[in-house]
Design a protein around this ligand. Structure first.
Ligand code: HEC
Length: 203
């Protein structure tokens, strides 16, 4: 009787121990990123929000115009040729590196770095817990500040990032030919599409 009781207690403790190990994994991810708070956070959140709002608005306006002028295929050509160039213009203006990165990227140039991936994982974890995701400021090993903010999908994004079965076949062929390793598909509305990543080179 006493022995089977001990085995049972042992098993329960064992299960809890295993569980606590499993739950430790996300914490490890967070340790890769050193987030800052206080004055630096306020300062860089403000500039980061301003830059990404402007770039986002410009990208969106140009995308809409290209869509109206020649449909999604025309818009896609626009994205392909000029999306990176546009963010470069703002990079020069603000002395920053401005990027949109995603673990499920269309252009391999937009693959996340180790730190960006850790931030993405953090955002996903926060989302899973049902909490709102807000932009964050982190500091790297050289003391440079980085701004990170979530990018969510809206309905209009699915024209090019949705389930290919529901997309224009010509558009799908065009995407396939331009981006043979495309991972940025099969998204639904209101999913975490990626993150804005702004590095303040002079910070
Ligand atoms: C007309 C087609 C089209 C639409 C609509 C579209 N995208 Fe894209 N998106 C693209 C293309 C093409 C790329 C690759 C651009 C490049 O080569 O840098 C891209 C790249 C991205 C990237 C950079 C990461 C990656 O996958 O390479 C993000 C983030 C992104 N899109 C988010 C969105 C969001 C959010 C929306 C809706 C608000 C949206 N896109 C709507 C075509 C589109």
């Amino acid at each position: 009787m006493a022995k089977s009781y001990l085995i049972m207690v042992g098993a329960i403790v064992g299960i809890f121990w295993l569980q606590s190990c499993a739950e430790k994994a996300p914490e490890k991810v967070e340790k890769n990123v050193q987030y800052v708070s206080g004055k630096d956070e306020v300062t860089y959140l403000k500039i980061g929000n301003e830059i990404t709002d402007t770039v986002q608005a410009t990208l969106k306006a140009n995308l809409m115009k290209a869509m109206q002028n020649g449909g999604p295929q025309n818009a896609l050509r626009f994205c392909n040729a000029q999306a990176m160039e546009l963010t470069d213009i703002y990079s020069q203006k603000y002395g920053t590196d401005v990027k949109r990165v995603s673990d499920k990227n269309r252009n391999a140039n937009n693959a996340p770095s180790e730190r960006e991936l850790a931030v993405l994982e953090d955002f996903k974890r926060i989302r899973k817990a049902g909490e709102p995701i807000s932009a964050k400021v982190a500091i790297d090993e050289d003391g440079k500040k980085h701004y990170y903010a979530p990018i969510f999908t809206g309905g209009q994004c699915l024209t090019c990032h949705g389930n290919p079965k529901n997309m224009q076949p010509e558009l799908v062929s065009l995407i396939d030919s331009l981006y043979p390793n495309d991972k940025a598909r099969d998204y639904a509305v209101d999913e975490l599409r990626g993150i804005w990543s702004v590095k303040f080179k002079n910070s």
